[in-house]
Design a protein around this ligand. Structure first.
Ligand SMILES: Nc1ncnc2c1ncn2[C@@H]1O[C@H](COP(=O)(O)OP(=O)(O)OP(=O)(O)O)[C@@H](O)[C@H]1O
Ligand SMILES: [Mg+2]
Length: 568
């Protein structure tokens, strides 16, 4: 039974169990603290993991969209979204600090491979945790673009409408594809609030939710600052409150070793799905890597259109660090930073709760060396497990995408198909969309191959050589593909394929068109794309066929391989 907002249990397990900013140790202290403590950038010392504060940005707002799937995840009645209470919640206004005092999280991170120091929620405020009474699932609810915090560094605490639309829609798209993600609950615009980016842009607030927003960077900062007690509290909090559901820590080692294994496992499951759907995060820094393996931080993300494994959607990523091809390895790099932060806790093995021994370990070069050697060995094994999961899950999903039995002898069909897409710079989403909507048994191989080429020709629409050679390569592939699928019944195979092959992919050019319209105050296209992103497997969304086909399939070269800057 769906509930009203007021019926959802409210909690604050994060702030109740973790060390606060020493300058704002309690809610009482927050009430007395002045602006320089709560909303002016500074370093938070002493292992504090959050600062109590309320959102500082106040403005009239309009709800632009809410996510039906997130409303459902919370167990809310959809009609609640029309209430003032909901609309105030999703912009962080009218907060009752006595019921639950909001906070901003403190974390650090390695950005583009370099240590960036303290980062933290510089424009995000967590309002409370809400639990779905039916499922028992708890979500930490945040507003992004809510004004300055101690973690704002040199920036303004705002989020522009452009990046808010991107985050909102991409959360919807990944959630619908079954890729683990933080969820968007709503997006609202803020009347009269603007921010200077490349130009002056209007601002918005995305309300978003996740079982936890803890990142690898949350551990990094405590590790680098030598805050071993804070680190232990953080790790124990994760074990007791965050990772319990679906824990895959294995049987060996102490609980911190299990935590590392579990975080690697969860991220491996997610990376495999990113790779199978061609999703690229674009800024996979450790502060954007969730310990729950959720896709997080939708900045310069993108979906592959042209199948180019070296592509990065991040315009500033000149060394292709965050390219499609590198994502699985970059997550390993990020996990190595988590392992480094946990060296003492993992390396202490079964003596980890002996505080006297921990003190000795902390101060002994010899013991630290041993702890490091042990953690490295553990990490190597975890990496092997991680790689296996990424490979296996990737192929399992790709088998589903092409409608082939999960049989390792079929792997070559997947790699060969991807090779053709790469060789002739063809469009990945359109290829799979075509395969799941047309059976090779319905026509001659060569005819099928020609239609497949036509569906996914991308950068070279008028290049005869590319057209002819790709048809030839496809014809050979289709022959082998037909052979491999011939034992299956066509209509049920296609029906299963359609459940994993989106008809609509959230391409960057579509986002650009949505944003262009939104910036002149028109939100019709945004509303349409909301619907398409949230239900990408539908055959139609009730708009004109011409418009749907355009939004689903257009592969004009100028619309391909679009990169974005980090400005948001
Ligand atoms: N306009 C801004 N005002 C204040 N802080 C900002 C702003 N933009 C980015 N930051 C901070 O810079 C760091 C890196 O930014 P990044 O773009 O990765 O995060 P984000 O998109 O703001 O947040 P999240 O990762 O939670 O989605 C974070 O600490 C973030 O809070
Ligand atoms: Mg971030």
């Amino acid at each position: 039974m769906s509930k009203k907002l007021k019926d959802l249990p409210v909690s604050s397990t994060f702030t109740s169990n973790l060390p606060p900013d020493p300058l704002v140790p309690t809610v009482q202290a927050m009430k007395k603290a002045d602006d320089r403590i709560l909303h002016v950038p500074r370093f938070v010392e002493g292992g504090g993991l959050f600062t109590y504060l309320t959102p500082s940005l106040k403005a009239n707002s309009q709800l632009l969209a809410y996510s039906p799937s997130s409303v459902k995840s919370l167990g809310l009645e959809e009609s609640e979204t029309q209430t003032e209470a909901f609309q105030q919640l999703v912009v962080g206004s009218n907060v009752d600090v006595n019921k639950c005092c909001p906070w901003a999280q403190c974390y650090g991170g390695y950005q583009f491979g370099d240590w960036a120091g303290q980062l933290g929620d510089g424009r995000v405020v967590s309002l409370c945790e809400l639990t779905n009474p039916e499922t028992g699932k708890r979500f930490e609810i945040q507003v992004k673009g809510a004004g300055r915090t101690p973690y704002s560094r040199f920036a303004d605490g705002k989020a522009v409408l452009r990046s808010s639309i991107r985050e909102y829609l991409c959360c919807e798209a990944l959630y619908a594809l079954g890729i683990p993600t933080t969820q968007a609950l709503a997006i609202s615009n803020l009347e009269g609030v603007v921010a200077q980016r490349e130009t002056v842009e209007p601002c918005a607030v995305v309300c978003r939710m996740a079982p936890s927003w803890i990142r690898i960077g949350t551990f990094d900062l405590q590790g680098i600052n030598n805050q071993i007690e804070s680190l232990r509290k953080l790790a124990d909090y994760c074990l007791n409150f965050v990772l319990k559901d679906g824990f895959h820590g294995g049987d060996t080692g102490n609980r911190y070793e299990k935590l590392l294994r579990d975080v690697a496992y969860r991220n491996a499951k997610t990376v495999a799905k990113w790779q199978a759907y061609g999703f690229m995060n674009g800024v996979l820094n450790t502060d954007n890597t969730s310990i729950l393996g959720l896709s997080i931080d939708y900045g310069p993300f993108g979906f592959l259109d042209v199948y180019n494994p070296s592509f990065t959607p991040n315009h500033d990523d000149v060394f292709l660090r965050y390219s499609y091809r590198n994502q699985p390895d970059i997550i390993i790099w990020n996990l190595s930073k988590l392992a480094s932060a946990l060296v003492e806790l993992i390396g202490a093995c079964d003596k980890v709760d002996d505080l006297q021994y921990m003190e000795q370990l902390h101060n002994s070069t010899d013991l630290l060396k041993k702890a490091f050697a042990y953690t490295s060995e553990v990490f190597e094994k975890i990496v092997e497990e991680y790689k296996n999961i990424v490979q296996n899950d990737f192929y399992d999903l790709m088998f589903k995408r092409v409608g082939l039995p999960s049989d390792s002898s079929n792997k070559i069909l997947i790699t060969d198909l991807l090779q053709i897409l790469e060789d002739y710079e063809l469009d990945m989403p359109n290829c799979f969309s075509f395969l799941s909507r047309n059976s090779p048994s319905s026509m001659e191989n060569e005819e099928y191959a020609a239609k497949l080429m036509q569906a996914c020709i991308c950068l070279n629409p008028n290049n005869e050589r590319v057209r002819n050679e790709s048809v030839k390569a496809f014809t050979n592939w289709v022959g082998r593909y037909s052979e491999a699928t011939k034992t299956q019944e066509d209509s049920s195979r296609l029906a299963s394929m359609k459940k994993v092959n989106p008809h609509f992919t959230l391409r960057n050019w579509v986002l650009e068109e949505v944003i262009k319209e939104a910036y002149i105050g028109k939100f019709e296209l945004f509303k349409k794309v909301c619907k398409m992103a949230a239900c990408p497997f539908e055959d139609t969304w009730g708009f004109s066929k011409e418009e749907e086909d355009y939004l689903c399939y257009n592969t004009t070269p100028s619309k391909s391989q679009i990169q974005c800057s980090c400005s948001s």
